[in-house]
Design a protein around this ligand. Structure first.
Ligand SMILES: [Zn+2]
Length: 215
């Protein structure tokens, strides 16, 4: 694309509705965090660990790039900073509203609870809203996987608690080919009963399920 076309696109006010926090970290920030942890890393390697090649056609290869972000997004400070920086990057591209999604259950490996994860994210987002010309909301992802019922239910309850206070809904993410959407019916039934809006990742990897037309 020509530079003038890129500039034109940059100038158009935009809305982003599908963006994963753990897929949107600045390599420089992750590099600094790893250095602070005393790790011997190179920025180039961090970039490789975070980004797929331009010709990537494999969802699993793509999903592997979430490993490092999840490893470092386990403290309130890092979550707040990551969200703030993401909104800053978006504002610089003239995005005026964004919905950022992430799964709280993947950020509790080092002792945080669901409330702390979501409150840190809201704090980072509110800071961005105050300082930059941008608006936004968070979507909390339930995860496909084995024995996830309890954690997904907790995600639903957390979404209810922070609904309209920074959270605007729920999502379902993860390995669709292994865990078909139909297995998560109950969770979204609860969401519906609680009046929580939701969006679901579906149709990316599962080619086997026959979806019935609803009348
Ligand atoms: Zn997605």
């Amino acid at each position: 694309m020509k530079e003038n076309q890129l500039n034109m696109i940059k100038k158009i006010p935009k809305i982003v509705l599908h963006l994963h926090l753990d897929g949107s970290l600045r390599p420089e920030t992750v590099y600094n965090w790893l250095k602070e942890q005393g790790k011997d890393v190179e920025l180039e390697q961090v970039k490789k660990d975070l980004m797929v090649n331009k010709d990537c056609r494999d969802l699993n290869e793509y999903l592997q790039k979430f490993d490092l972000p999840l490893e470092v997004l386990q403290t309130e400070e890092h979550i707040e900073q990551a969200i703030y920086e993401l909104f800053e990057d978006l504002a610089n591209q003239n995005v005026i509203y964004a919905e950022i999604r992430f799964a709280p259950c993947l950020h509790i490996m080092k002792g945080l609870n669901y409330d702390q994860v979501v409150e840190s994210a809201i704090k980072g987002m509110n800071k961005a809203k105050e300082k930059l010309k941008i608006e936004g909301n968070l979507l909390l992802c339930c995860m496909r996987g084995k024995d996830n019922k309890k954690s997904n239910l907790q995600t639903v309850m957390t979404a209810k608690k922070y609904l309209d206070k920074g959270v605007c809904g729920l999502d379902l993410a993860g390995a669709e080919a292994l865990y078909p959407t139909s297995e998560y019916k109950d969770i979204f039934k609860v969401a519906k009963e609680l009046d929580i809006p939701f969006t679901i990742h579906a149709g990316e990897a599962d080619r086997t399920t026959k979806y019935k037309k609803s009348s």
